[in-house]
Design a protein around this ligand. Structure first.
Ligand SMILES: NC(=O)c1ccc[n+]([C@@H]2O[C@H](COP(=O)([O-])OP(=O)(O)OC[C@H]3O[C@@H](n4cnc5c(N)ncnc54)[C@H](O)[C@@H]3O)[C@@H](O)[C@H]2O)c1
Length: 428
C-alpha cells in the first residue's frame, strides 16, 4: 500500500510533537474588564492577520474595552513592519524572521493572534500557551496527524492554565448557522441521513518565486500552493464546510474514501480538486467536494437531508416547527463575534477552548486529503489511535527547519494516487 509516512519530506522526519521550544517569560493572563485595555500580539501579518487585528479591536469596542497591539511578527520583516505601522506598534516591536514569533510572544501581551500558514500553528500555539497567553488560532491548526494531535495536547495545557483558545471558524459564531443547529437539535428536520458540503471556487493566489529567494522564503510566501504548509485546499479552505457537517451531525466520520487531482494549478504541489465520501456510520454519508479552478462553476456551502426536512448550513431550513431560544448576536459578522465570544468567555470565568474540536475537524480534512493522495481508504482510527497505521505518524515535516535554515524544497508536482510515493521519488 502507498505509504506517505515513508516518503521524503522537505524537512526530514522529525515529529512536530517533539518541537516544543523554550517560551519567553511567563505572564499571568489578565481577565478583561469593562474599560480595560487588552494587549495583543500578532503572528503572521498577511491578509487574515491584519483582518483579525481589526476584528479583535471591533470586539473590544463592543465590550467597552480598548485594544492595543504591542508586537507584530512575520517571517518577513517588511510585513511585520507594515502591519506594525498601521496599528501604531513601535518599530522595535515589529519582528521579522522565522523565530519572530518567540519575540512577539515574549512581549507584555495577554492575547496572541496566529495567522501564519497552518504548518507553523502547532509550534506557535504551544509557545504561546507555555507563555500563558490567550490564543486566537486561525484555522486550519495543522497539516498532518502529528500536528493535529499536538494541538489537542496543547489545548489540554491551555485548559489547565485557564487560557482561552478560539479558532477562526466563524460559521460557529454566525446567527444563521447557530439558529439552524439549534433547530436541528430540536428535531426540525429529523435525523440527518446525508448531504453535501462544498467549496468550489478558484485558486486564491499564486506568489511566484522572486530572484535570489531561498527555498524557505519562496515556500513561506507561496504557502497556499504547497501542501506541506497549507494542508492542501481541502484542509486550508474546505475545512469550514467540513466543520459544519461535523457540527450539525454531532459526530466525526469513521472513514474517508476519495479522489482528486490537478488539472490546472501552475505552482506548488497541491491538487486542485477533491471529491471525498465521508462515512459517518449508521448509513450516513456526506460528500465533501472542493475545487480551485478558475472558470468553473462556483458554489460554497452545505446541504443536509433529514428524515423530516432539509437545510442548508446557515440559510433556509424546511421541516417541522420547533421552539428554539432567541439568538442575539453582538455582531452580524462571525469574524468579529468569535473575538467577542472569546473575550466574554474569559470575563465569565469559563474560557472557550476550541483546540480539540478544531483539531478533530482538521483530522477529518487530512483523512480526505490522504485518501485522495494515496487512493486508499483512510479510517479515523488511522490518524487518531491506531499506531500501526502508516498514516498515524505521517508528518509533513518539522516547522523548526525554517528556523534552522534546513528546509529542502519538494518538487512542484502533485502526488499520484496508486503509486507509492517513495518509489516515485526514487525514479526522479
Ligand atoms: N477564517 C477565515 O475565514 C480565514 C480567511 C483567510 C485566511 N484564513 C487563515 O489564516 C491564515 C493566514 O492566511 P492569509 O490569507 O492571511 O495568508 P497570507 O499569506 O496573507 O498571510 C500569512 C502571513 O504569514 C507569514 N508567515 C509565513 N510563515 C511564517 C512564520 N513561520 N512566522 C511568521 N509569519 C509567517 C507570511 O509572510 C504572511 O505575511 C491561514 O491559516 C488561512 O487558512 C482564515
Amino acid at each position: 500500500m502507498n505509504n506517505p509516512q515513508t516518503r521524503r519530506t522537505f524537512i526530514g522526519h522529525t515529529a512536530i510533537a517533539g518541537a516544543a521550544l523554550a517560551a519567553g517569560p511567563l505572564f499571568g493572563a489578565k481577565v478583561p474588564t469593562k474599560g480595560s485595555t487588552l494587549k495583543v500580539a500578532l503572528i503572521g501579518c498577511g491578509g487574515r492577520g491584519n483582518g483579525a487585528l481589526k476584528d479583535f479591536a471591533a470586539a473590544c469596542q463592543i465590550l467597552g474595552m480598548e485594544s492595543k497591539v504591542v508586537a507584530t511578527a512575520d517571517a518577513f520583516q517588511n510585513k511585520a513592519s507594515a502591519t506594525g505601522k498601521n496599528f501604531g506598534v513601535p518599530a522595535d516591536k515589529c519582528f521579522g524572521g522565522y523565530d519572530a514569533y518567540q519575540k512577539a510572544i515574549a512581549e507584555d501581551c495577554d492575547f496572541v493572534l496566529m495567522a501564519t500558514p497552518p504548518n507553523f500553528r502547532p509550534l506557535h500555539f504551544e509557545a504561546a500557551v507555555e507563555a500563558g497567553k490567550h490564543c486566537f488560532i486561525e484555522k486550519p491548526v495543522a497539516v498532518d496527524p502529528v500536528g493535529a494531535r499536538a494541538v489537542i495536547a496543547t489545548g489540554e495545557k491551555a485548559k489547565a492554565k485557564g487560557l482561552a483558545v478560539v479558532t477562526g471558524t466563524q460559521r460557529r459564531h454566525s446567527q444563521g448557522y447557530l439558529r439552524n443547529k439549534a433547530m436541528i437539535d430540536a428535531g426540525a428536520i429529523g435525523e440527518i441521513k446525508g448531504g453535501v458540503v462544498q467549496w468550489n471556487g478558484t485558486v486564491p493566489w499564486v506568489r511566484y518565486r522572486e530572484d535570489g529567494q531561498s527555498d524557505a522564503d519562496y515556500m513561506a510566501n507561496n504557502w497556499l500552493n504547497f501542501y506541506e504548509l497549507s494542508g492542501d485546499h481541502i484542509v486550508e479552505q474546505h475545512i469550514h464546510n467540513i466543520d459544519v457537517a461535523v457540527w450539525f451531525l454531532g459526530r466525526l466520520p469513521v472513514s474517508a474514501l476519495g479522489f482528486g487531482g490537478r488539472a490546472r494549478r501552475v505552482s506548488g504541489n497541491q491538487f486542485d480538486f477533491f471529491s471525498v465520501d465521508l462515512d459517518f456510520g449508521d448509513d450516513v454519508h456526506i460528500n465533501s467536494q472542493c475545487r480551485q479552478i478558475s472558470g468553473t462553476y462556483g458554489r460554497v456551502g452545505e446541504f443536509f437531508t433529514g428524515t423530516e426536512g432539509s437545510t442548508t448550513g446557515g440559510g433556509k431550513l424546511s421541516g417541522k416547527e420547533v421552539d428554539i431560544p432567541d439568538f442575539k448576536q453582538d455582531s452580524d459578522n462571525g469574524q468579529i463575534q468569535e473575538h467577542v465570544d472569546m473575550i466574554r468567555s474569559i470575563m465569565n470565568g469559563e474560557p472557550l477552548n476550541d483546540a480539540k474540536r478544531i483539531a478533530d475537524v482538521n483530522l477529518v480534512a487530512i483523512m480526505g486529503r490522504l485518501s485522495a493522495y494515496t487512493g486508499q481508504l483512510v479510517r479515523l482510527a488511522d490518524v487518531t489511535t491506531n499506531e500501526n497505521s502508516p498514516f498515524f505518524n505521517y508528518s509533513c515535516g518539522d516547522p523548526l527547519d525554517f528556523e534552522k535554515g534546513t528546509v529542502v524544497m519538494p518538487k512542484e508536482e502533485p502526488p499520484i494516487p496508486g503509486e507509492p510515493w517513495e518509489d516515485r521519488r526514487k525514479k526522479k
